[in-house]
Each structure stands twice: as C-alpha cells, then as structure tokens.
Design a protein around this ligand. Structure first.
Ligand code: TRP
Ligand code: SF4
Length: 326
C-alpha cells in the first residue's frame, strides 16, 4: 500500500519560480511514490482576501493550469478544489470545538501574519482558525505525509496536537501527519527581498519571454562592483544565486569570469534571462496548450473533486459517529 500525501496552495496570485523550486518540482516527483492529493485552498485564500475576493476564481484556474504545466498528472494524482468538497468545513467545525483558543493565539504564523499583512485586516475569527481548517484538509484524507515548506511546520505540529486530542477524547480514527520538508535553497526575489506576491518581485511561470528579459535586466547586481573592470563577488550577488538553480557548465564559467572581471553585469543578466526562458519553455508550451483546452481542465477538476469527495465522505461519517452527531 502506498503512503498518502496531501498538500495545497492558496490561489492568491500567479505562481512563480519560487513555487516551482520550493514545491512543484517536488510534488511532481512525489506523485509517483505516494497516493497523492493536491488541493486548491480557496477557502484559505478567502480568509486573507475577503476584502477583495474578485481575483480568486481567475487565480484558481491559473493555478491549476500552472500545476498541470509543471507536470502534475491527473492520472497519477488527485487535483481538487477545497470548496467543492464541503466536508472540509464540517470537519473544521468539529475540530474547532476541541481546539483551545490558546493554541491558535500562540501560533507563530498567526502572530507573524498579523504583524506583516498591514494592508489587510486579519483580526477576524476566520483567520484565527486558519490552522484548524488546514488540519481538516489533511485529516479528512488521513494523509500521513504533508510536503510543505519550513513556514508550515507550526501548522503541522498543531494538526498533530488536534489529532491526539481528538483520538483521546473520542475514538482513535484520525492519523497524525508528518511534514516532508523540501530541501531546496530559497531564492530571493528580483529586488533581494523575500520572493513574495505582495512585492511583485518574481518571475511568474506565466511571464512572457520579453517580461523575463525585462525583469532579469532590472535585478540588483553586486553593489561592490561599480565598474566593469572591478572584480565581482558572485557568492553575494543575487543574479548568481539564480544561475546556481541550474547546475549548468555555464554556471562555473560565469563564476570565474565574474571574479576576474571578464564579463559585464548586463551581459551576465542577458545570459541568465535566456537560460530561464529555455528552462521554462516546456512549461510555457504546455500552459498554452491547456489554455486552448479549457474543457479538458474543467473535466479533470470535476473528476478530482469527485474522487476527493469520496474519501472525505467516508472520514466525515466516521468522525460524526465518533462525536455522536449521527
Ligand atoms: N497553508 C498552506 C500555505 O499557505 C496552504 C494549505 C492549506 C495547505 N491547506 C493545506 C498545505 C493542507 C498543506 C496541507 O502554503
Ligand atoms: Fe553578479 Fe553577474 Fe555581475 Fe557577477 S557579473 S556581479 S554574477 S551580475
């Protein structure tokens, strides 16, 4: 029997190369080894975007197309939309009854988001319960493994605490999930800040070739290298960290040339743009084909929603029986 994974992303904007390196490439590998569920977390998107939810539907479609373009294969995994499986909300309701407020209030991601997302008012009841809904997402499918980034580990720990509480209080039916951390070097955004939708400092998987050239051209280079004849410091230059994503012969060559002042930063960036364009070209081609075949994507999602719902239904019945609601 294959082990089961579930993971998800919030449809809050276009996917970028950070998602590709940090999650998607890994998901594509995992779908061969695990029984896999990949979920569009649209309720979670609404929690932070409720003041301006008008782009969520568009983002859902874009995200699913990006997933497929990167290599998720509906023959190998189940792709579904959280809000199309109402059992998520039912389980979240039940879990919210047994989750102490203090667990949620002390959750580090909650405190951090309140501090960072100044533009949005996140002091809501729903947002405090973010990890409870996330726990429901995972537990409905009895996933034993959850591929996530470092930032989600606290949520997984909370999920495990909720499971232990539930199993002790009612019946031993929920499964404690383990995080599967993706070990990829985090790359910074184009402006050396954290890569983030909010900053717009990323290469989106849907960016055109010209946009990629333009964005890479705007990257900050080694500030210590003022003139072309100055020697560069590739290890502290963000442009070089992008070269390092791909271990190509040109990576080593460029490092030497930079250190010996044999290449200018403009040329170096032009070169990088062409590498990225080349590496992303398969994704771009698939994306274009999928955009022309909307019906196929919709059919695939219908199928995924149905499969997810089957599994979710059997768990929710068990849970409701355990808590005496049926
Ligand atoms: N909170 C996750 C994120 O922002 C998204 C998510 C929602 C998720 N439900 C999940 C991830 C369940 C893993 C499992 O990245
Ligand atoms: Fe950075 Fe490239 Fe310039 Fe070296 S040549 S400093 S790696 S941009």
């Amino acid at each position: 029997m294959k082990k089961r994974i579930l993971s998800g992303m919030r449809p809050t904007g276009p996917l970028h190369i950070g998602h590709l390196l940090g999650a998607l490439n890994n998901w594509v590998k995992l779908q061969d080894e695990y029984e896999s569920f990949f979920m569009v977390a649209d309720w979670h998107a609404l929690m932070s975007e409720y003041q301006k939810p008008d782009t969520i539907q568009e983002n859902i479609k874009g995200m699913v197309i990006d997933w497929l373009s990167c290599g998720l294969d509906p023959k190998k995994c189940t792709i579904f939309i959280q809000s199309q499986v109402p059992e998520h909300l039912e389980l979240a309701m039940i879990l919210s009854d047994i989750t102490p407020l203090s667990w949620l209030e002390r959750c580090p991601t909650y405190k951090e988001q309140l501090r960072e997302m100044k533009k949005r008012d996140l002091t809501t009841y729903g947002f405090l319960g973010y990890p409870v809904l996330q726990a429901a997402d995972i537990l409905l499918y009895k996933a034993d493994t959850v591929p996530v980034g470092e930032d989600q580990v606290a949520h997984l720990e909370l999920t495990r605490e909720i499971v232990r509480r539930f199993n002790n209080m009612y019946k031993n039916i929920l499964v404690e999930p383990h995080p599967l951390l993706t070990k990829t070097p985090r790359i910074l955004g184009l402006d050396n800040r954290k890569m983030s939708k909010g900053y717009g400092n990323y290469i989106a998987l849907s960016d055109s070739e010209d946009t990629i050239r333009e964005k890479i051209g705007s990257m900050i280079t080694d500030p210590k290298r003022v003139k072309k004849t100055d020697k560069g410091h590739p290890e502290t230059c963000n442009v070089f960290s992008y070269y390092k994503i791909y271990d190509l012969p040109v990576t080593k060559k460029l490092k030497d040339q930079c250190q010996n002042a044999e290449v200018g930063c403009t040329k170096c960036k032009e070169n990088l743009a062409e590498i990225l364009i080349d590496r992303l070209s398969d994704i771009r081609k698939k994306r274009e084909a999928l955009l022309k075949d909307k019906g196929a994507v919709e059919g695939m999602l219908k199928d995924g929603n149905r499969k997810a719902r089957q599994k979710a239904y059997s768990t929710i019945i068990e849970v409701k029986k355990a808590v005496g609601m049926i």
